[in-house]
Design a protein around this ligand. Structure first.
Ligand code: HEC
Ligand code: HEC
Length: 163
């Protein structure tokens, strides 16, 4: 091989590897589905992120969000009522970005992310006492273990189980 051919072979190999690595990373992220596209809505962030993290819309199907939004005055023992315009705006945002596919497979009437079959599946390795530990208290406290939950990132690398 002359030098030009060697150079060509080298360049092609490097570029092909780079492109393939990119695909592998992309496929990995898509398959994990644990980092949600940074959909944003200021009202949602402010109103639904004051008592707990603003749970990403992709975690519950549209029918569940509709029900959550229609019962805000009796919200898991709290009163999370909103004026009608805010509720309608946030509701539309949640429903249009709601879970699809396997994350949408929940029983009718499900209000809790933590009761969805996918949630149980993804968390089956978490031992029962961990959920009740002093720094976790409730499975709804995503941020106790998912250090990047505030940004909608639930990927494995952000998980730290508190002891
Ligand atoms: C006044 C405080 C408060 C506000 C404001 C609030 N929530 Fe909640 N929310 C709670 C409490 C308390 C729970 C129960 C947490 C637990 O089980 O430990 C909860 C639980 C939830 C759950 C179920 C979590 C699970 O899977 O167990 C969802 C979904 C939810 N809230 C959505 C919302 C949305 C959407 C908004 C905005 C419209 C909102 N919340 C605003 C207090 C609030
Ligand atoms: C007690 C700690 C803990 C709490 C609280 C918790 N998780 Fe997790 N979560 C984990 C662990 C551990 C895994 C498995 C990590 C792995 O190996 O992929 C996980 C996995 C996940 C995954 C799949 C990640 C992936 O890359 O496959 C999602 C999505 C997720 N959790 C969302 C949530 C949400 C939403 C909440 C709150 C409603 C929550 N988790 C609360 C510990 C926790």
């Amino acid at each position: 091989m002359n030098n030009t051919t060697k150079r060509w072979v080298f360049d092609t190999t490097v570029w092909t590897s780079a492109v393939m690595m990119t695909f592998v990373l992309l496929i990995h992220d898509v398959a994990a589905e644990s980092r949600f596209p940074p959909v944003a809505n200021d009202k949602w962030q402010a109103e639904c992120g004051s008592c707990h993290i603003a749970y990403p819309p992709q975690l519950l199907p549209a029918a569940s969000w509709r029900r959550v939004m229609s019962e805000l005055d009796k919200h898991f023992g709290a009163d999370a009522s909103l004026d009608a315009a805010s509720a309608a705006g946030i509701g539309a945002f949640l429903e249009s970005n709601a879970a699809r596919g396997k994350r949408a497979a929940v029983d009718a009437g499900t209000l809790r992310i933590t009761e969805a079959p996918w949630f149980r599946r993804e968390h089956r390795e978490v031992a029962a006492p961990v959920w009740k530990g002093a720094s976790v208290k409730t499975p709804a406290n995503c941020g106790a273990c998912h250090t990047t939950a505030e940004r909608g990132d639930f990927s494995e690398r952000g998980v730290r189980i508190p002891r």
